[in-house]
Design a protein around this ligand. Structure first.
Ligand code: C2E
Ligand code: MG
Ligand code: MG
Ligand code: MG
Length: 277
């Protein structure tokens, strides 16, 4: 009986797994066509100086509007697109769209674009970025590539070569989700980053949680020592904001400072004017 139970359990899991694999295959297939079917859009979230409140840039965040299943989070579909390789054409669409949009904004406002490991490790990546900058007319200084630490570990030398090419173009590079990856500190030393983004998990309750406060202060100290500006992600309350400002954190991003919004609704924003198109 125990043996039979085991077999039943196994068949149950096999069936479940089969379903999951089928769902994933379906999503991979759909993602391959999603660009040409215009199912993607970008929303932009402001990045503000904490001393003056000035908007200095926007992060482009990808949204997938599935015809049947509605809006799907990038946390769900980006990993699938990375596995299947679909993230390369999708990422190109993101870069091109974001640069094109940003070219119409005030000349000091930057656009930050998330780039995944698969893109970073493609040998043509920096070349593609160069082409897109030329095509859209966006000055390289106004493009910031956001990279998570997990994107670096796969092939450090390849990643370093690409980052150096990007730096040569004049593009800025930010370390995203700082503190959540592997060996953060050695990555800061080995790679030519221009900015550190402290992960929202450390910013949350920074005003009341001693551990979070200690970590955030330490990262701010590292940023000061290395001469790198630090951006705090996920700022949600005025208490968090006050704490960050009192510790001289330069830049913040989060629902309190502005929610991600489509370009069309940024028309009212005096800082960023959408392109005339
Ligand atoms: P991320 O780059 O760290 O982006 C920040 C995430 O935090 C975004 O989630 C943003 O909407 C969310 N967020 C902003 N402010 C707050 C806040 O105050 N509180 C909370 N709880 N969350 C806040 P989103 O848009 O769902 O994106 C999730 C992740 O998906 C991103 O994390 C990024 O890693 C990835 N992603 C998004 N767009 C792209 C893309 O175009 N390409 C690639 N490769 N990855 C992308
Ligand atoms: Mg990011
Ligand atoms: Mg982040
Ligand atoms: Mg993240």
């Amino acid at each position: 009986r125990a043996k039979a139970d085991g077999r039943d359990t196994f068949r149950f899991y096999e069936k479940q797994m089969g379903q999951e694999v089928r769902m994933r295959r379906l999503m991979e297939h759909e993602l391959r066509h999603a660009v040409s079917r215009n199912e993607f859009s970008l929303v932009y979230q402001p990045q503000k100086k904490l001393d003056t409140g000035e908007t200095i840039g926007f992060e482009a965040l990808l949204r997938w509007h599935h015809p049947e299943r509605g809006s799907i989070s990038p946390a769900v579909f980006v990993p699938v697109a990375e596995d299947s390789g679909a993230i390369v054409p999708i990422g190109e669409w993101v870069l091109e769209t974001a640069c094109n949009d940003a070219a119409g904004w005030d000349s000091h406002v930057t656009v930050a674009v998330n780039v995944s490991a698969v893109q970073l490790h493609s040998p043509e990546f920096a070349h593609k970025v160069h082409e897109i900058l030329l095509r859209t007319g966006l000055p390289p200084r106004r493009l910031e590539i956001e990279i998570t630490e997990t994107a670096l570990v796969r092939d450090m030398n390849r990643a370093l070569a690409t980052l150096r090419q990007l730096k040569t173009l004049g593009v800025m590079v930010a370390m995203d989700d700082f503190g959540t990856g592997y060996s953060s500190l050695s990555n800061l030393r080995a790679f030519p980053f221009d900015k550190i983004k402290i992960d929202g998990s450390f910013v949350r309750s920074v005003d009341t949680n001693r551990q979070a406060a200690t970590i955030v202060k330490a990262v701010l100290g590292i940023g000061r020592g290395l001469g790198l500006p630090v951006l705090a992600e996920g700022v949600e309350t005025t208490e968090e904001l006050k704490f960050l400002a009192s510790e001289f954190c330069q830049i913040g991003q989060g629902y309190l400072l502005g929610r991600p919004a489509p370009l069309s609704s940024m028309k009212d924003d005096k800082v960023a004017t959408p392109s005339a198109a």
